[in-house]
Design a protein around this ligand. Sequence first.
Ligand code: DX5
Ligand code: ZN
Length: 225
Amino acid sequence: MKTMPKKIHILPSLLAADLGALAADIARVAASGADALHLDMMDAHFVPNLSYSPSVVSLVRRVSPGLYRHVHLMMTRPDLYLEPFAAAGAQTLQLHVEADCDLHRELARTRALGVRAALALNPETPIERVYPYLDECDELLVMTVHPGYGGQKFIAACLPKIRAVRTRRPDLDIMVDGGVNAETAVQAAAAGANMLVAGSYLFKMPDLAVGVADLRARCEAAFVG
Ligand code: DX5
Ligand code: ZN
């Protein structure tokens, strides 16, 4: 069966933004040509760190209503927060396969809220863990760092997981998150990833729009579906 080539999506991660100039950085992402803003929610339990609450998702909606809001729930109990995040304007919710909840039920509930449902998995989690849920999610995130902090080094040992799931599901949106830069983005796209989150790499760029366009061009050239 022939499938359509996947579109490359570039998602700057708000975690690398300047907290003192959050609204300005959100507006900068909206003007950069990026496909969406990636927002990391941390509960100090699933990961050893805390980040934002649904109010930051509302802030993004207020500052740049046209900017797609992509929310990564690094939480032990994402099921308790689906409604607040959906009400705040999340358009995709990513739940971890390692979370402590009934994923079949929660992925269905996410979709019923009118939100794209995505699954994420940690570097040490075997790819087979997500297979029972692939028909119930719109997107899969293969983490390429241990979640919790920005600015970590890309774990190349995760690349075979991307290839395995791309071979199994040519149609699925596959995302990578963690340690993405010009070199590692190309490795991920060549393995079959079509959605790339980049925090510290993009926010360090003097011109975010140039960084987004460059990353997109490199990934479009390297993508193997
Ligand atoms: C890490 C987060 C990432 C983070 C990526 O736990 O899920 O989204 O912002 O940051 P960089 O691109 O700096 O590795
Ligand atoms: Zn993330």
